[in-house]
Each structure stands twice: as C-alpha cells, then as structure tokens.
Design a binder for this molecule. Structure first.
Ligand SMILES: Nc1ncnc2c1ncn2[C@@H]1O[C@H](COP(=O)(O)OP(=O)(O)O)[C@@H](O)[C@H]1O
Ligand SMILES: [Mg+2]
Length: 239
C-alpha cells in the first residue's frame, strides 16, 4: 500500500511579478486534517505562495500536486473545485448579492461526497449572519463580510481551508470570534493553512508552522516548539 497522497504538495515553487523573483524555491506539504500556519513579515511572499498554489498566479515554475495529481498547469477554476476553500486577503465576497445568496451559491458536496457543512450549519456557526440574510454584501461590517467569506468556503465542504489575514482590520471582539471559528474548523478535522499578522494566535491554532523570509522557507517546525523559541520569533517575526 502506498501512503495516501497529501492534500497539497508544492515542490521548488518559484513565482515572479515581472522581473521581481518573489518566491525562490518553496516546498511544502499539507496532509489531511493538519492545521498549518504560514508566517513571515509583511511582503515575504505568503499571499503569493497561496495564490501560486491555487494557480491564481500565472508566472510560476515548480511542481504543484493536489490530492496526488500534478496540477502545475491547471486552470484556477478547476483548482477551485478540488476541495480547497479559499478565504482571500480582502475577503472577495459579492457586494451586490445578499448574505443568503453569497452562501447558497457556494453550496456543494465535498470531494469525498461529504455534506457536513450545510446552510443551516453555517448559520448556526455564524448567528450574526442569520440576522442579516437579506443584507447585501456591501451593507455588512468588515467582520460580517469576513464571516460570509469563511461561511462561503465552508459551504463547499472543503478538505482544506486557506485563510489569508482573516482578522485584518477587525475589532477585537470579532477577531476573537474568528479565532473561535478557526478552532472549530480545526476540531472538525478540516485541514487549514492559516496566515495572520498575530503570529501568537497562529501558533496557538496550528500543529506546525512554516516561516517565510524573502520568498524562501527560513524555518519550520511544530508550533509548540517554535512558540517557545523567542530568538527565532524575534529574528523572523519581530518588528
Ligand atoms: N501585484 C504585485 N505586483 C508586483 N509586486 C507584488 C505584487 N503583489 C505583491 N508583490 C510583491 O511581492 C512580495 C511578496 O508579497 P506578498 O506575497 O503579498 O507578501 P505577504 O503576503 O507575505 O505580505 C512583496 O515584495 C510585494 O511587494
Ligand atoms: Mg499577504
């Protein structure tokens, strides 16, 4: 028997914006059910790595395999149907659609046929949204928009959810609520890749972390080990 394929595996990934060589040979692997943090100061390449893995960046080289199949040249709309829920930086919900429409249009069973995340379960998880079903995306607070973005990703019944700066610009109470939801997603067995400015929170909500420094993996390890390494935290993440 061969080991089950990783959900996503990236090998020697490079990415460019014009002449600017932003990712310089990144490799990473996420297995089913793993919670992985992606850390690094502003501008180190976290969003570029995520967009490259999901094929939203065109100028890349290297191997991208999803569920054991090479997807290095796959169309992004196809990649979006391989069981990865993406909550992009800046949320990306539809401003002219209601909360209800934003959620329902994402609904589908997962890659293993799982239908754990229903409209009802998403509304149970985000009671605030249940009170605003007919509001347009553009009538919501930042926190509510973020909840719609996460709710939409969950409605696709993903095996992996990617959260890029999900708490950015939100009030402390809402931030707390988002982390509670991230913990719930982790407990439910969905794998995650989490980027957040608050590296302490990322360390607390993940099994292991990868630290990027100018487009390369500078450090990786168990979140508990990294969290205790003040010197490394200061060197790579300190301000
Ligand atoms: N659209 C773009 N065009 C040119 N350079 C970009 C673009 N987006 C990001 N960059 C540059 O690429 C580097 C990595 O950015 P990014 O992946 O957004 O970092 P992070 O998410 O870690 O903050 C930065 O130097 C940034 O200025
Ligand atoms: Mg970013």
């Amino acid at each position: 028997m061969t080991a089950p394929a990783a959900l996503i595996e990236v090998d020697d990934l490079h990415a460019y914006y014009g002449q600017s060589h932003v990712l310089q040979g990144v490799s990473l692997r996420i297995e089913a059910g793993e919670a992985v943090g992606l850390l690094g100061r502003n501008g180190m390449g976290k969003t570029t790595l995520i967009r490259s893995m999901l094929r939203l960046m065109r100028a890349t080289t290297g191997r991208i395999a999803i569920r054991g199949r090479d997807r290095s040249a796959e169309r992004p709309d196809r990649v979006a149907r391989l069981g990865i829920g993406y909550v992009p930086e800046g949320r990306g919900i539809f401003p002219n659609l209601s909360v209800r429409e934003n959620l329902l249009m994402a609904a589908r069973p997962g890659m293993r046929g799982q239908t754990d995340w229903t409209y009802e379960r998403v509304l149970d998880t985000f009671p605030r949204l249940a009170e605003r079903l007919h509001h347009g995306g553009n009538q919501l607070s930042g926190g509510e928009q973020q909840m719609v973005a996460i709710g939409r990703a969950l409605m696709t019944n993903p095996d992996l959810i990617v959260l890029d700066e999900a708490t950015e610009g939100l009030a402390p109470l809402i931030v707390k609520e988002i982390w509670r939801i991230v913990a719930g997603i982790r407990a439910s067995g969905i794998a995650s890749l989490v980027v957040d400015r608050n590296y302490r929170a990322v360390l607390a909500h993940t099994d292991r972390c990868i630290v990027l420094e100018r487009g390369r993996v500078a450090l990786q390890g168990a979140s508990s080990t990294l969290g205790a390494d003040e010197q490394a935290l200061q060197a790579y993440l300190g301000v």
